[in-house]
Write a new protein. Sequence first.
Length: 344
Amino acid sequence: MKSIFRKILLLIITIIMIFVVIKWDLIQYGWQQAKGQFSIMFHAEPLDYYLESPSFPDSLKQRITLVKEVKKFAQSELGFDSEDQYKKMFDQHGKELMWVVTAAYPYQLESYEWKFPILGKVAYKGFFVKKEALKLEQELKTKGFDVRLRTASAWSTLGWLNDPLLSNVLNYSSGRLAELIFHELTHDEIFIKDSVDFNENLASFFGQEFTKMFFEKQNGKFETEYESYLNQLEDRHQLNQFIRDYLPKFDSLYKRIEGLSTTEKENRKYYFMEMFKRKLRQINFKNSKYTEFLNSEVEVNNAFLLSYKRYSGHQQLLEQELETQFERDILKMLDFYQKNFNSL
């Protein structure tokens, strides 16, 4: 009997060791992410701590009050279970805390994906340690992928943990801050496995609709902020539409150059990208920040293009769905997705 028990125990230990060896990179990454998240959560302070602090700027206190009002609205008007979310804030002291790496194949508009337990396939990888993000960026570039490295201002644990607010987002405009909170809270309510792009599109769509709904129910309290937000949305939709309209042209280009040498592919791609960037910079925006962004040294590649598809590629479809299937009743649409696609 003891011999059988020892054999079973040895078999279990062997299986665990094999799993650890095979999945070592995933285990190491998961540990780094958990350590980063829990460190931020551990050092976060209640929002009231900052509201009561005489040294904390009044302008930022107003933003904290806005976060509280948005959360309250999400609970009372949308039925979100958001009581414990964003109750605390981590003071970044102006520093960046998170970096996100995305990648795409060089001659096709297809994202490189990572596979995670429970979540399924995911088209981005986040880091709390910048050097790890830079390391992955370089590895992917060496393999020939188009890569994009960007910072992130928030994350969602899909309702598993009580996510803290990061202080840098208090510098956002009122509309952008409200939309960010609604976006992340939507992830807590709705999640579709192996559908990262649609999840992000849905959270973006609901985030915008709920922000407009929030402002419209404030009896003119945020009239100036609401007008500014609508102008920002107009600029954003114009930019997103321009990029969405160009994506089929890139698809067509990549099909045409399939049989060419790598050098010739690169040349054709380079000239097409340059033409795209010139036309992009000719768009007239209401907000100067969009013009400044497009005139900056941002690297435009397939990963850049797909990031716009990831967050806005399904917006027209969702708008049509709201119009035809739900008769412009955003709460009815929310209820449908909550019932059919519960978050993890």
